[in-house]
Design a protein around this ligand. Sequence first.
Ligand code: EZ4
Ligand code: CO
Length: 405
Amino acid sequence: MKITDAKVVVTSPGRNFVTLKITTDEGVTGLGDATLNGRELAVVSYLTDHVAPLLIGSDPHRIEDTWQFLYRGAYWRRGPVTMAAIAAVDVALWDIKAKVAGLPLYQLLGGASRERVRTYGHANGRDLPELFDSIRARLAEGYKSIRVQTGIPGLKAVYGVHSAPDAANPTRLDQRVRPHVEDWDTDAYLRHIPGVFEAVRNEFGPELPLLHDAHHRLTPLQAARLGKELEPYKLFWLEDCTPAENQEGLRVVRRHTTTPLAIGEVFNTVFDYQTLVQEQLIDYVRSAVTHFGGVTPLRKLFDYAAQYQIRSAIHGPEDISPVGMAAAVHLDLAIHNFGIQEYSGHTDLTNEVFRHAYTFSDGHLHPGEAPGIGVELDEELAAAHPYAQGYLPVNRLQDGTVHDW
Ligand code: EZ4
Ligand code: CO
């Protein structure tokens, strides 16, 4: 069997998605997600200009060898662009192998370790009444675990909370798209958050698993303090409390709090995790199949983390396409040290462009029984919704200093 074509499809059914489609001489095709939110076209070029020519004529069954060839063969290792591109190839090849076998991918990964995959959904509100409504809406949709994000008094726009369009900071300037500007004040945040969790616990009781994402904004000492102050409310986890490129910083956090910690959605190789895992400084590894080089290396990370009783928590925002989500759900079902899967769902139009076999019900996902990863790309519909330039927001402190978003 030989690869005869590798093409990249960029589509924007509400937001941008980058998909690799690999075709073989026997007519079997495979899909991989390569979406890197806000920097999509860099990955498109990496794939079309540099990777696709290398794939033509090669054997799609040699997944490990192809992965090593692309990773080591580039000489320039790691980084989100490289690893998103390699991830798309890896998942497309797993899709092909599983289709040839006539089995859903999870069967090739060792088979199901559980009946279904538990998820968490996002609730948010500018104030407590709005937040409570949002939590009730997620519970009504079936979610059993809830990530809580809230507005902060005095701040106009905060990560994870819907805000009114800001006339002073237009996202379009002279037809050029500019990032939306959010504002930030760590002291105001630290003062406000514990009271929010106290109120949520009082309203929804002790059993509901609650999560919170600090989105890389705190110093180790600030994170230690927050973790400690949240202990009475027994969080499922506190996510991305610091920008964890400085892995050693987590020693400070860990020394001071028993609030569980989750980190890694912006990481792309196992090397980003070495200190965090070996020293057991975190409880959940957060990388997505799409940004970590695919199913092959993410499986290895999970097995490595398992030795330290660290569990999986694959990143699942809307900017992971249904192709990336499908690959994640197969892995979730198969591995032993599964923790939880983030799941926000996609718009109806996105689900039409990417028809998928995975299903969501009663707060749980299942990958379905279709051979491969179980996603079909409607290329005509994809073409009807072309790429639209877009950026993630940026964050500024009260005096204008750029801060981590
Ligand atoms: O900000 O995926 O936990 N989820 C997150 C996401 C990220 C986006 C960035 O593209 O932090 O919402
Ligand atoms: Co996050």
